[in-house]
Design a binder for this molecule. Structure first.
Ligand SMILES: Cc1cc2nc3c(=O)[nH]c(=O)nc-3n(C[C@H](O)[C@H](O)[C@H](O)COP(=O)(O)O)c2cc1C
Length: 191
């Protein structure tokens, strides 16, 4: 079993990556393979509304010139998916939104191809807007018939400069619990 995590931050190895790694470490401790994929520095664009995915029906986005199909392939291979984003103007990053538009439409065209995989969001925030990011990402999981595990708080932690989230013990505990719940859930779903 595998959990595949995507970091939508423009900062590779930044706060969102650190939070994802806390959750992934807990998941690995439960014997589940993990991978972290950073969108930072990679070419990615939003959906162009060509609707060719509804004709091609090949589980790929028809726009094959960026990183999206690589992400889709890895999402298809995983039992659990973590989508991490910093809070940018009270919403997810543009890169994460582009991924969701493209992977989301391709999934709908192909019979909700992420159906019954587990999916959870992870959010870094300086001050405000993180619960909105969490909700926005959850819409992607929920419309695609995915199962969303929770934690003991909403999946966010506070920090501005790189590394500051490591000074938010409640945020780190939230990520650890999220990882434990993700591991528990995918074991149940796939038993
Ligand atoms: C373009 C941009 C917009 C931001 N908007 C917000 C915001 O609306 N609310 C907030 O609390 N922090 C905001 N921040 C701060 C980041 O969410 C914060 O620094 C976060 O820890 C960055 O995570 P990262 O290190 O993974 O990139 C913004 C940062 C950038 C670059």
């Amino acid at each position: 079993m595998k959990v595949f995590a995507i970091n939508g931050s423009a900062r590779k190895g930044g706060n969102t990556a650190m939070l994802l790694n806390v959750a992934l470490e807990e998941i690995r401790s439960q014997g589940i393979e993990t991978e972290l994929f950073e969108l930072s520095g990679k070419k990615i664009q939003g959906c162009i509304a060509c609707y060719r995915c509804f004709k091609n029906l090949n589980k790929r986005c028809a726009v094959d010139s960026d990183v999206v199909n690589e992400c889709i392939e890895k999402m298809l291979q995983a039992e659990g998916i973590l989508l991490g984003s910093p809070t940018y103007f009270s919403d997810m990053s543009a890169s994460m939104k582009a991924l969701i538009e493209r992977a989301g439409m391709t999934a709908r065209a192909n019979g909700d191809m992420f159906q019954r995989k587990a999916g959870a969001a992870v959010v870094a925030v300086r001050r405000a807007g993180a619960t909105h990011v969490l909700s926005s990402i959850n819409y992607f999981f929920l419309i695609g018939q995915m199962i969303v595990p929770g934690s003991n708080y909403w999946n966010l932690a506070i920090g501005r400069e790189v590394g500051e989230v490591m000074n938010d013990p409640e945020g780190l505990q939230t990520m650890k619990t999220l990882g434990a719940n993700m591991a528990w859930l995918i074991k149940k779903i796939n038993s």
